[in-house]
Design a protein around this ligand. Sequence first.
Ligand SMILES: Nc1ncnc2c1ncn2[C@@H]1O[C@H](COP(=O)(O)OP(=O)(O)O)[C@@H](O)[C@H]1O
Ligand SMILES: [Mg+2]
Length: 361
Amino acid sequence: MITSKDIAKILEKYDQKKLAIGTLGSHSSLNIFKGAKEEGFRTVCVCKEKDAIMYKKYPLVDELIIVKDFTELLNEALQEKLRKLNVILVPHGSFTAYLSTEELTDSLFVPMFGNRQLLHWEANRKSQEEWLRQAGLRLPATFKTPEDIDRLIIAKLPGAKGGRGYFLANSPKSFHQKFDSMVKRGLLTKDDLGKIHLQEYALGVNVYPSYFSSILNDDVELLCVDRRYESAVDSIGKIPASEQLEIDVNPTYTIVGNFPIVLRESLLPELMRMGDNVHKKAKELAPPGIIGPFCLETVITDDLKIFTFEISARIVAGTNVGIGTSPYAYLKYGENMYMGRRIAMEIKEAREQKRLQDILA
Ligand SMILES: Nc1ncnc2c1ncn2[C@@H]1O[C@H](COP(=O)(O)OP(=O)(O)O)[C@@H](O)[C@H]1O
Ligand SMILES: [Mg+2]
């Protein structure tokens, strides 16, 4: 386990005037690098050869480090190089996709913007749900066994990527029928039965508010709201119901892009309270709580109830819709504020106030 003492030791050796912001070259890296540049930081990108074109076309990176695989981030030589460059890493979705929670908390000896301890709370559905429920959020009901199903549910597999293998059912009978057919089609195995998470399906529209928790200002800011453009689920409505039945389509949720959303204003107070409460609860679970960006995955129903089904305690790619300005960032900061820049701003302020240690874990 990397402790705050380890981080303090690394920081002692850093030339703080030459701090650089670094991340893996994917997900929301352009957002992060643009923000870093605008706040006057040097930037370091750990990137795969095939993606390097992005940083030639958008010249936002001062130091490009080419790797074969993102897991090379665990190599001591690469970490030493990053430390020599005075890098503060900004984690995003590719960190948790390519590295395990344990690798991130125990083997990545480079200062990271954020709270590593929260990764454990985020890592599995049960602990995440506990966190969100205790924060007073409304969650979809969960069912212990298929026999308890009494309404429309979504069946989720742990670790499933992009909702592959997820399916809907509305009774024990329909559950077993669907499960068996998924097994026949090779999408699931019999062993998955015990691992499936059964969750009430919230019928409504998906809304993903992104927040920034500032430890320096002791405040949670709502900066951006997006929805996702998912294949195949967003395309199923384009074919008539009769054809849908014939070809036996399955809704998968592979993210292709995001749309910005401007919400009806009456929803904002509750979303703001939710953000505050999630951070407040996190403070108890893993002090000092959330450091920096986080996102709630919600469904809002036609009676305007907000159901939360997931949290990401880091920058999400949905904030890329705000590069430049999102309306919500504009309301607080005026023009040209967005998640990547807000992160850099916090790091810069922490350096000025000599509080870097408070925002790095
Ligand atoms: N309880 C729910 N009610 C309605 N839709 C849901 C629910 N849970 C998930 N979904 C839909 O399924 C998608 C994938 O679910 P999610 O739990 O976010 O899985 P992943 O771990 O792949 O992100 C969501 O983006 C959302 O569209
Ligand atoms: Mg999700």
